[in-house]
Design a protein around this ligand. Sequence first.
Ligand SMILES: *[C@@H]1O[C@H](CO)[C@@H](O)[C@H](O)[C@H]1NC(C)=O
Ligand SMILES: *[C@@H]1O[C@H](CO)[C@@H](O)[C@H](O)[C@H]1NC(C)=O
Ligand SMILES: *[C@@H]1O[C@H](CO)[C@@H](O)[C@H](O)[C@H]1NC(C)=O
Ligand SMILES: *[C@@H]1O[C@H](CO)[C@@H](O)[C@H](O)[C@H]1NC(C)=O
Ligand SMILES: *[C@@H]1O[C@H](CO)[C@@H](O)[C@H](O)[C@H]1NC(C)=O
Ligand SMILES: *[C@@H]1O[C@H](CO)[C@@H](O)[C@H](O)[C@H]1NC(C)=O
Ligand SMILES: *[C@@H]1O[C@H](CO)[C@@H](O)[C@H](O)[C@H]1NC(C)=O
Length: 417
Amino acid sequence: MRSSLLTFTAVINLLLLAVDAAPTRQPRPISVPLKRGLSPSLTKRGAASHPLWNFAPLGYIIDVNVGTPSQTFTVLIDTGSADLWIPSSSCTKETGCLGKTFDASQSSTFKNTSEPFDIVYGSGSDNGTYVTDVVRIGDFAVNDQTLALVYDAGNTTKQARSTPYMDGILGMAWDTGVYGALHNYTYPPFIYNLYSTGQIPTLSFGLHLGGLYSQGYAGTVTFGGIDSSQFTGDLQYIPAQQENFHGTTSYVHWTVYVDSLKLQSANTTYGFPSGPALVALDSGSSFAYLPRSMVEGILHNIAGTDYQPITNSTFQVECALLNSTEVVEVTFPGAGNSPPVILQAAVKDMIIPETDGINNECLLGISAQDQNSLYIFGDAFLRSWYLNFDFTNKQVGLAQAVNRDDPQFSFDVNNLV
Ligand SMILES: *[C@@H]1O[C@H](CO)[C@@H](O)[C@H](O)[C@H]1NC(C)=O
Ligand SMILES: *[C@@H]1O[C@H](CO)[C@@H](O)[C@H](O)[C@H]1NC(C)=O
Ligand SMILES: *[C@@H]1O[C@H](CO)[C@@H](O)[C@H](O)[C@H]1NC(C)=O
Ligand SMILES: *[C@@H]1O[C@H](CO)[C@@H](O)[C@H](O)[C@H]1NC(C)=O
Ligand SMILES: *[C@@H]1O[C@H](CO)[C@@H](O)[C@H](O)[C@H]1NC(C)=O
Ligand SMILES: *[C@@H]1O[C@H](CO)[C@@H](O)[C@H](O)[C@H]1NC(C)=O
Ligand SMILES: *[C@@H]1O[C@H](CO)[C@@H](O)[C@H](O)[C@H]1NC(C)=O
């Protein structure tokens, strides 16, 4: 399935690179006390913001509590998939589970649906079963929430020298895109149940990933509303698009049309090979995936000839680009007759530093994708924006994010994880 292959490709690529590039990395302790209480800036009563922990540059994570009594897991927040999954206690290091695992026998509210959950990602598969149990995030609790328990985590969480930074994944995409839909097993994901049980006022969430260099708490996810302190100007809405999924047309990823990208200083515009293209707004992907012609054009403009391929789709660039003042302008077609929505993303925020403690190298956070298929805006772009994912009105609101902590010149490679 195309969607499953895409979601984690980028993370995996980066993790695989990190295995080679960073033999001395140690895990940072992940203590993520979820902030409770409401932010005064919330525009919708009852919505609640939760801080996201930035394990820069790998991903944006949040804690979930599962079972009675609660067992706590650190999960990647992923707008590119819809299922919540955590590892089962029967998953071992050998089967790819290096972090915490869920002991179903210790939860009095656990139920097994026996429905299979077999995700296939770009570089491995996760085998498990759909189960139900209490799921809590901060103040929110959903009884009998369907989630997946994974017995074999394949190669999705296994990574960089046994230093897991995430136990599982919290999918925040459409109910019609859960993996069970492949065999006609569908269920309401966590946020749908928050809404149907009246815990949040709208079936939507706001997301601000925060800066690339913010250590610790970086951004916020706001279930059921938006946090207007996190962006400038007004949110501008564009329609979410459907995709082909197991023979039907349905909402799967958070996908929108994109017209073009433009390098502002160079005054050069890059279109897609055949007009406006579908691009998934995917927080589970570190990298963006865009057409090769576009990526090579951008590279040539910002780096001259000072770049080299690491794989045939990923490029190493000079770390001096961390100081680049070039800005990419992204043009989304407006809804109906509305004018296009134009957002900016700074090139310096797309440069991903890597270190082995001795040598530093930098990657461009945009990979070339040769197939003419769904493209991806991963974290390299998304962290510049505030996003409001609105299931009810099938639209995405976009605005320029406030990046208060943006010390791009003080990045300390020795401070990497
Ligand atoms: C759930 O059911 C499946 C299928 O019957 C079984 O393989 C699995 O071991 C069960 N898991 C737990 C935790 O009971
Ligand atoms: C995982 O599921 C896939 C697809 O159903 C299957 O081919 C594979 O053998 C399973 N692997 C394990 C370890 O169960
Ligand atoms: C994980 O990767 C290894 C090596 O690439 C491969 O042999 C193995 O089959 C993969 N595991 C799964 C479950 O996909
Ligand atoms: C899912 O349901 C549809 C409609 O009922 C049916 O045509 C299809 O064969 C089912 N698919 C599977 C995998 O069971
Ligand atoms: C940018 O390019 C367009 C056409 O490619 C041209 O019309 C315009 O004058 C250029 N703007 C600047 C500031 O050079
Ligand atoms: C490299 O890219 C080409 C297309 O340009 C593709 O056909 C080939 O399979 C890729 N090779 C690898 C190892 O990914
Ligand atoms: C960025 O510019 C500052 C000031 O000129 C310089 O000290 C720093 O080394 C530069 N950073 C990189 C990564 O080149």
